[in-house]
Design a protein. Sequence first.
Length: 232
Amino acid sequence: MTSIQNNSNAVKGSSTASGNTNTASAALTASAGSAKQIQDQFMTMLVAQMKYQDPTDPMKSSEMTSQMAQISTVDGINKLNTSMTSLLSQMQSSQAYEATNLVGRNVLVPGNNLNLVKGQAAFGAQLDAPASSLKVNILNGAGQSVDVLILGPQPAGTVPLAWDGKDVNGNQLPDGKYKFQLAANVAGKNVNPAGLTVAGVTGILNPTGSAGAQIMLDNNTTTSISNVAQIR
């Protein structure tokens, strides 16, 4: 907090009064304390200014009005921040409650994992723009390519995909974990769209701080509910 010293050599002349005013404004602007602390500082400095001002050049009412307006603005912002924090907390709690409906459901979330079950695997792609073609490269646990899917034009947005679990020669592959890579042609350019993996929702984590509701997945990971591209 900026203090004003009671120094008789510093209170003579109109320039001293002007200097006190500038000091008060600078202290008010730089303060990072609460609105109550800022108000207390302002009143302390205002009393000091009135006490030490030059009688022949008193503090102008317009200056006082301007400083009071600043205090009012800071106080209003502080109250608004408190209200917004409370509103955010309520929204996060509501979001977490609604997310409980996802428990037991499968969702498409960012990832490139494939889980082949009974010869079937579901996954997806996230396209920022329509693609004239989409290529999917399926990899086994050793990172070797076992199948390639050549798909036609695809719309922008979430594109659900499926794989029948067969290799390039048509042989059925064993169930298990695989990965996939995406390549697309968008407006004549080759791009690598974001992949979407299917996972089961096992629980919900209560939001903390500024984080939104988090969902727990059966692949031992968590993700924000905002990352859910599709509910299956």
